[in-house]
Design a protein around this ligand. Structure first.
Ligand code: FPP
Length: 246
């Protein structure tokens, strides 16, 4: 991984890309029009992260709960993911981006799964920026899958129950190999986590903005990073202790 330019730049940024539907509705267009416009914002933030020296960007593209949306919207989103994979992977690869998909990938049809795996394999050697796309992902799902791996390891006799602690369980969580999540952004005006990265968000700085996702551009990301740079991260210590140690 390349180093962040300065300690004020978050190493790992996660974004809940909310507001596509409302953006489309304001223009009297179907929700899928908003999701398509959201693709441009994805490009903008990836470019900005490359420029800023962010090491990892994790995007919430489709939650475990999104399967419950109307079938035509789910279908439109799947079509959009396929088109995005077909069109964007070359350019991401050229820019040194490593792509990863996290979530219950088995929930997708074989064609899409194959495209996701192909994109991951193709970009596996890149190290400028890691972009993680969370699909059919839920923070609770992630904790359950990590717990299952822990239980299976115990059942194989390779680990004792008393040896399971936060560090050990954390190794099985998605994205454990990356720098810890520093900055969690949600667009679209709602102030909630919505089951995204529940474990990983423990010490992240939270940033909520009313900007709808399709309008989120590089200047918006810069503002979020500037806000982050002003935060004092105490990790349970007092402000005085933090001042002494820094
Ligand atoms: C939430 O907005 C957004 C989604 C469920 C889909 C996110 C997908 C994209 C931004 C498309 C591009 C992504 C990739 C990775 C190519 P919403 O529909 O809940 O909006 P609303 O709250 O206004 O209804």
């Amino acid at each position: 991984m390349t180093q962040a330019k300065a300690p004020t730049v978050p190493r790992h940024v996660a974004i809940v890309m909310d507001g596509n539907g409302r953006w489309a509705k304001a223009r009297h267009r179907p929700r899928s029009f908003g999701h398509n416009a959201g693709r441009k914002a994805v490009r903008e933030v990836i470019e900005a992260c490359l420029r800023e020296g962010v090491q990892a960007l994790t995007l919430f593209a489709f939650s475990s709960e999104n399967w419950q949306r109307p079938q035509d919207e789910v279908g439109a989103l799947m079509g959009l993911f396929v088109r995005a994979l077909d069109k964007e992977v070359d350019e991401l690869h050229r820019h040194g981006v490593r792509l990863r998909f996290i979530g219950d990938l088995d929930a997708f049809d074989e064609a899409l799964r194959e495209r996701m795996h192909a994109a991951m394999t193709r970009t596996a050697g890149n190290d400028k920026l890691q972009v993680n796309i969370a699909v059919s992902y839920g923070g609770r799902w992630d904790i359950v899958q990590a717990s299952r791996q822990a239980a299976a390891t115990v059942a194989r006799g390779e680990l004792r129950v008393e040896q399971i602690d936060e560090a050990r369980l954390g190794q099985w969580m998605s994205l454990a190999e990356l720098p810890p999540l520093d900055l969690f952004i949600r667009t679209g005006g709602e102030c909630r986590i919505s089951n995204f990265l529940l474990w990983q968000v423990a010490y992240a700085e939270l940033y909520f903005t009313d900007t709808l996702w399709p309008d989120f551009d590089q200047a918006c990301l810069r503002r979020a990073i500037e806000d982050y740079a002003r935060r004092e991260r105490r990790y349970g210590r007092t402000g005085e202790q933090v001042a002494i140690s820094s």
